[in-house]
Design a protein around this ligand. Sequence first.
Ligand code: ZN
Length: 172
Amino acid sequence: MKSSKKDSLKVKEYRSRLENAEGYGEVWEIVKATVKSSLNERRVGMMLFLDDLPLRLGAYHSLGTNNIVLNRALVNIVEAASKSKRLINSFVYVLLLHEYLHALGRPKESQVRALVYKISRESFGTDHITTQLAELGPWSILKGIPLDTMDVPKRVIESVKDFEKVDKKYII
Ligand SMILES: [Zn+2]
């Protein structure tokens, strides 16, 4: 009883944090907190870059670096298609969580996908949009949008400033 009550409080807290998160840094904090609570693993000092990539690619992490590159063009399409901050943040969360798990030393896609689902389910509950995106794949919310024929603007790559700034605030 006790532990299930604790679990449901945790789910409530993570849901509300994700719904209210402003910007990539705050979503990233939730990625790190949920991984810590599900796997007890942590890695600090990651950097986030935004670039316009082919639309079938959500993000990538190059092995041996601290960098995650997120597909800005794809996130922009999701933002244009949905005004729901909960959905946009869930989409970004699932992509960042996937790359974070690679960065924590898991190169295998099948293993990472299974863990993204497990962590989302434990953190947000089975019926939450994040868990659904984790199960069906983030592209499931873009059904009906003709991604293959869309022109992607190619802008310069940019780094997200203060990506891990919130972290420091917690330490101080
Ligand atoms: Zn991957």
